[in-house]
Design a protein around this ligand. Structure first.
Ligand SMILES: Nc1nc2c([nH]c(=O)n2[C@H]2C[C@H](O)[C@@H](COP(=O)(O)OP(=O)(O)OP(=O)(O)O)O2)c(=O)[nH]1
Length: 71
């Protein structure tokens, strides 16, 4: 099973979603920003790393939402 984290950023009743580029897997799909957890990496470290890589932002995590499994 692939383990992925993603972040939900909410402000003024709006939620941030991002669009994958044409060159990525699942091109042009909308997603919550995040990515795959690397070996030995915590979920929190993964989310902070991915958000820095993708959006250039340093974030603090407020709370975890319930994990979801899908195929
Ligand atoms: N970020 C993100 N990924 C999602 C969401 N929903 C969903 O099914 N996914 C899937 C798509 C991908 O198969 C996987 C995330 O992988 P990714 O390719 O974005 O991760 P990554 O940044 O680590 O990519 P890479 O280094 O391998 O290029 O999770 C979502 O809301 N956000």
């Amino acid at each position: 099973m692939l383990q992925v984290t993603c972040g939900m950023f909410e402000k003024n009743k709006k939620v941030l979603i991002c669009q994958r580029s044409a060159k990525m897997k699942h091109p042009m799909k909308w997603e919550f920003p995040g990515g795959k957890i690397e070996p030995e990496e915590s979920k929190e470290d993964c989310l902070q790393r991915e958000i820095k890589e993708e959006l250039g932002m340093i974030i603090t995590i407020d709370r975890a939402l319930n994990p979801v499994e899908h195929q």
